[in-house]
Design a binder for this molecule. Structure first.
Ligand SMILES: [Zn+2]
Length: 107
């Protein structure tokens, strides 16, 4: 963890080993709260499921839309990488399942 006062690596303790300032979490937020990533993991999981199930277009589109919405909500709330992964995978799964539906209807 880096000290916000002197900018050096402050060490493992709650106080900076260089200047004694409390290693308050300017980057990491409040302890215990920053681990909560609303929607990120759920969005990523739904994105994966909707890609895997793209040959069941109805289920895939529903999960893709839910995953996309959860991903956007999670991103807005600061979920980060997992939410972005969920948005990307859901955004890929929706057209993919539409294509699969089109193929299924025409073949
Ligand atoms: Zn310091």
């Amino acid at each position: 963890m880096y000290c916000s006062k002197c900018g050096k690596e402050g060490g493992p303790g709650p106080m900076c080993q260089n200047c004694g300032a409390p290693l308050a979490s300017r980057q990491s937020g409040y302890p215990g709260v920053q681990t909560k990533k609303p929607g990120g993991t759920a969005s990523m999981v739904l994105g994966i499921i909707s890609i895997v199930t793209c040959w069941f277009p109805l289920a895939s589109i529903i999960m893709g839309i839910v995953g996309l919405v959860l991903g956007i909500v999670g991103k807005v709330k600061g979920a980060g990488g997992k939410a972005v992964a969920g948005i990307v995978m859901s955004a890929c799964a929706i057209p993919l399942s539409i294509i699969m539906a089109a193929i299924g209807l025409t073949v």
